[in-house]
Design a protein around this ligand. Structure first.
Ligand code: SF4
Length: 596
């Protein structure tokens, strides 16, 4: 694909958009913002849209977008060796000062490499020089475990965009050259410069620690500084996050386009974080404390977006934790929006909320019982019981909502066959509630179950656990499939183990998995061959008990959680003990100095 064809394509795309920003470059800091997947996927990503808005809100910055081209275009671009252009001004990406990636999913790591290649940049940071743009990688995955991407990024931005942009701007304003810029960024909260940290490993292959660089003198010289200190880079790097969202605009769709996954939908984040702290949930632990966005701003933005969208998507992991949620739903209804909530936490689902959702035209609600038994829910700290779940199911179907989506997990600690049978039994009881109300309406809905094996995630109480043996997971999948077969109006989608294996590798790995990502990018995503070619021992990262490791790869980022808290939570998990909200509040005060 020649540059003129790319330009035409970009203009076509812009002609269908509302809300994009074009600024003269002048001497502004030029940022090419990448979503490492297609336009279709990226434009529905609120984190990506928010970064675009935040950068462009600063008069000294100009931000333009680029995406992974669709397959056919990608092949043409590679064949024509044409430089990749941004959408807004169709400028070659390689001419910008910064290439910023917003990465939300491990599967997109390979696309980061493809985009660097298309932009004409060496993929490894060590091969880039002052002639290249600064490559900054941010997004949710980077403050969970940035290490698999460490060799590709000049800088990893760990934390929330709103808290990171000022630091980036300050460093660029003050820097005298690229080396100085890196040093300045390393001193800013939330910026991790991987080349300043050299990992070293114990004889058994586990991570032993990092040798860090001192920043005080020029040129930067290597030195051992395990504790950081005044002259050293911080160790660990503290995540940057907003202390409060009271006066902050909520992340919301700022560019509307029909060519995206969610189409004409206005997305808005209502509340950040979730107070429940399920022991497997990285989002719960990593977005603390729970912070609600200002009600009036949510409503003003929704009002302004109404000419461009019929449906509003409320993006929050615990939507009902917003103290004004009923008022927000009422006003959105009055504006004539259809409302799509994300997964709803069962314990705060009230009759009013369900009725408001139904009034907005919603016919399906998603809830996450996670398991079928109360016992296993105590293990994972999902603080609801089967009785409460059935009560809420009753509430949902009685309101006229016809369909329910259920999220379950398998491979949880202490799980037995009885817990699998309990998934079936709970689903059947929920189905009874559905049928009871369907009979009176004369129309039967569907229950769709989605089952995922647990991947122990960094930054959770299960971060030390090995993933369950694949043959055992496979056996459980088979067993569950047979338990759920041939139940009318119930459909189960059970994820296969092989998919989870490579996702786990990208989630739990350290810098040593980087060659496998490179090989997978080269060979068209044949992960088995890529891991073999790179000589990466996937089992080492996935199936090993990490509780005795001196350090975990993701300990390089301090997300605010302390090891004793996770250890205490894990011990309670094995004792089948909940950490209930009132007690959690006290413990949080002692153990969760999340944002200081
Ligand atoms: S309720 Fe949902 S979002 Fe909250 S911690 Fe549990 S799994 Fe995570």
């Amino acid at each position: 694909m020649k540059s003129w064809a790319q330009r035409e394509r970009a203009l076509q795309t812009l002609s269908k958009e509302v809300g994009f920003v074009v600024k003269p470059h002048g001497d502004r800091l030029r940022i090419a913002l990448a979503f490492p997947n297609t336009y279709w996927v990226g434009m529905s990503n609120l984190g990506f849209q928010t970064m675009y808005r935040l950068f462009n809100a600063d008069d000294d910055m100009v931000c333009e977008r680029f995406f992974l081209p669709p397959k056919q275009e990608l092949a043409e671009l590679i064949a024509a060796r044409a430089p990749l252009l941004t959408l807004e001004s169709q400028t070659p990406v390689g001419e910008f000062d910064v290439i910023a990636f917003s990465v939300s999913f491990e599967w997109d790591y390979v696309n980061v490499l493809t985009l660097l290649r298309l932009a004409g940049l060496p993929r490894r940071a060590a091969e880039r020089t002052h002639r290249h743009p600064l490559v900054v990688v941010g997004g949710a995955v980077t403050f969970v475990n940035p290490e698999p991407l460490a060799l590709f990024a000049d800088v990893i931005a760990a934390g929330e965009g709103e808290a990171l942009v000022p630091g980036l701007r300050r460093a660029f304003s003050a820097a005298t050259d690229r080396a100085d810029l890196l040093r300045l960024l390393a001193r800013e909260r939330g910026f991790y410069v991987p080349s300043f940290y050299e990992p070293h490993y114990a004889d058994d292959g586990t991570l032993a620690g990092y040798t860090t660089l001192r920043l005080g003198s020029r040129p930067v010289a290597p030195d051992v500084d395990v504790d950081g200190g005044d002259a050293g880079v911080p160790m660990p790097v503290r995540k940057a996050a907003l202390k409060t969202t009271e006066a902050v605009d909520p992340p919301a769709t700022s560019i509307f386009t029909p060519d995206t996954e969610f189409g004409a939908r206005f997305l808005v984040e209502v509340v950040r974080g979730c107070a429940n702290l399920c022991r497997f949930c990285w989002a719960g632990y990593n977005y603390l404390p729970v912070r609600a966005f200002p009600t009036e701003r949510i409503l003003q933005l929704a009002e302004a977006a109404r000419p461009h969208a019929n449906r509003v998507g409320l993006v929050s992991i615990a939507l009902c934790d917003h103290p004004d949620i009923e008022r927000i739903l009422t006003r959105l209804n009055e504006m004539g929006y259809a409302i799509s909530p994300a997964s709803l936490r069962l314990d705060d689902l009230t009759e009013t909320i369900v009725r408001l959702l139904r009034t907005s035209g919603e016919r399906t609600i998603t809830i996450a019982p996670e398991t079928g038994s109360d016992r296993l829910r105590r293990v994972i700290n999902k603080t609801v019981t089967n009785d409460e779940i059935l009560d809420r199911a009753e509430l949902i179907f009685a309101s006229g909502i016809e369909n329910l989506k259920l999220y379950y997990m398998i491979g949880l600690p202490t799980e037995t066959d009885e817990d699998l049978v309990a998934i079936r039994d709970l689903t059947l009881q929920i189905r009874d509630r559905m049928l009871k109300h369907a009979r009176t309406r004369g129309q039967i809905g569907r229950i769709v179950g989605s089952v995922n094996p647990l991947i122990p995630k960094p930054g959770t109480a299960y971060q030390w656990l090995p993933m369950e043996d694949p043959s055992e997971v496979e056996r459980k999948i088979k067993r569950l499939r047979s338990l759920m077969a041939d139940i009318d109006n119930v459909y189960f989608n059970i994820k296969s183990e092989r998919h989870s294996y490579y996702q786990a590798l990208l989630s739990l790995g350290d810098r040593r998995v980087a060659p496998a990502i490179e090989a997978a990018e080269r060979n068209g995503l044949n992960w088995r061959a890529a891991v073999a070619e790179a000589g990466v021992d996937g089992d080492f990262f996935i199936f090993r008990d990490r509780s005795k490791d001196a350090m975990l790869p993701w300990d390089i980022i301090d997300g605010g959680m302390k090891r004793p808290f996770f250890e205490a939570e894990y011990a309670k998990s094995l004792r089948e003990e909940w950490t209930l909200p009132p007690k959690r509040a006290q413990e949080n005060a002692k153990l969760l100095p999340v944002i200081q």
